[in-house]
Design a protein around this ligand. Sequence first.
Ligand SMILES: [Zn+2]
Length: 122
Amino acid sequence: MRRVNRRSEHKIVSVAPHIEWDDYWDKPSARINCPVCADSYQHHAETIVFDRPREDGPTTAISLPSGNAVSEKNPSSRRDAVRVNFYGECGHEWSLDIVQHKGETFLFATWTGTRDDSDVPL
Ligand SMILES: [Zn+2]
């Protein structure tokens, strides 16, 4: 590991979601880990709901918890989506998108940055 400050130089990168089955709960569950380093201590930040009342129609995007309308691009090219932004205790910032496309639903992860000068594996 080396100490870096990548926030200003980081590119937004699509990465594979890191999900693993879990037996902690008394019901079937899966843990969502950092898609960059697999650390399990991930905290929710802003959540954005993208609502498109009809296929290819205009999108209304609402950010929670503020409740403010936002104009971020809908991750679904034609339908609805939900984006949860995360910040990990590992220092990575990323988002998880739940996207509907042609009647199916997909998960996408995007590495959006690294906090301050955290020690993180490159
Ligand atoms: Zn991480």
